[in-house]
Design a protein around this ligand. Structure first.
Ligand code: AHM
Ligand code: MG
Length: 333
């Protein structure tokens, strides 16, 4: 039996030694993410109210500028990580370039870079549908004490030391891995504490849910079309159920619990699909593999891909192992 009273803070401390570099720096970093998550959660939860309270212009009732929540989430995460001086670099889906932290300070010994999508699925906010934050952490490859370079960020996903997401849903959860399985923590909003609610999360080997934007069907490659038809066929345990929120974190989270596959294929309109390798696919792939699932671009393991640019996109198939393998078969035939 696991201890439902265990807080995220306690869990981080207890598991610190599991980590190969184990200086406490990664723990501090995850703590900072936990803090930023609470701040963003607060903002996301009052999203509808801010609209009501704000004037038609750009300011709300307190005279503050109203901001789009994805921009706000971006600022909150960057601020928290910078203020606590625990990373040497940050890259975000919301920023054109990476940010070097304390690059002028030679004594700055921080080893980690963070890549993130501060508020994924943000088009869902206006309609009160769950959104999420995705983060990915790497050990820098250039020497500590020097400014970070692009090389520190353009690492294949297999180099990740930690990754996770926060889902702002019916309850708010933080789910993460440091390469020793996946654990989920639910926020008790009354006291602002995350508790271990989902220890050792695992994708079922197979499932009955497929998640894809079928509105793009005619633009998909033939292999994807054939796989979708396979999902819909009346045979054995099929047809599967179609569930698509349009919020990667939420679709992934549901599929991890119930069993399913999430797909964002390439199409004749978008040759590399839509999702970003560094901010979305790599962290979700790390979580998937740590939870006994699989993640691929249809032909190769997502985490093997050598990135060439920060905002690079990639087709994405992720979820229950057997379902992803089946989709790959269709794409390769
Ligand atoms: P975003 O980073 O601009 O929010 O886009 C990513 C989101 C994913 O969360 C979601 O799965 C996908 O885009 C939905 O895209 P579409 O509306 O094309 O189906
Ligand atoms: Mg996104």
């Amino acid at each position: 039996m696991f201890n439902k009273n265990k807080t995220l803070g306690e869990f981080i401390i207890e598991n610190q030694t599991e980590f190969q570099y184990s200086t406490g720096e990664l723990s501090k970093l995850i703590n900072a993410i936990r803090l930023a998550a609470k701040v963003v959660n607060h903002e996301v939860n009052k999203a509808g109210l801010v609209d009501i309270l704000g004037t038609a212009g750009d300011t709300n009732i307190q005279g503050e500028n109203q901001q789009k929540l994805d921009v706000l989430a971006n600022e909150k995460f960057i601020q928290t990580l910078k203020n606590r001086e625990i990373v040497c670099g940050i890259a975000s889906e919301e920023e054109d370039h990476y940010i070097s932290v304390n690059s002028q300070d030679e004594n700055h010994q921080n080893k980690y870079v963070v890549l993130m999508d501060p508020l994924d699925g943000s088009s869902n906010i206006d309609v009160n549908v769950s959104v999420g934050t995705i983060f990915s952490i790497y050990h820098r490859v250039t020497p500590v004490g020097t400014p970070v370079t692009l090389e520190d960020f353009l690492q294949p996903g297999k180099n990740q030391v930690a990754a996770g997401y926060i889902i702002y849903g019916t309850s708010t959860m933080l789910v993460y891995t440091t390469g020793h399985g996946v654990n989920g923590f639910t926020l008790n909003p009354a006291i602002g504490t995350f508790y271990l609610s989902h220890p050792n999360m695992q994708f079922p080997e197979t499932g009955k849910i497929y998640s894809v934007n079928e509105g793009n069907y005619i633009h998909f490659p033939q292999g994807v079309k054939d796989y979708i038809k396979y999902c819909q066929k009346e045979e054995e345990d099929r047809p599967y159920t179609s569930r698509y929120i349009g919020s990667l974190v939420s679709d992934f989270h549901r599929n991890m619990i119930k069993g399913g596959i999430y797909m964002y294929p390439k199409s004749s309109k978008a040759q590399k699909g839509k999702l970003r390798l560094l901010y979305e696919c790599n962290p979700m792939a790390f979580l998937a593999e740590q939870a006994n699932g699989r993640a691929s671009d249809g032909h190769q393991r997502i985490m093997e891909i050598e990135p060439t640019e920060l905002h690079e996109r990639v087709p994405f198939f992720c979820g229950s192992k057997r379902m992803v393998e089946k989709a790959e078969e269709f794409m390769q035939s």
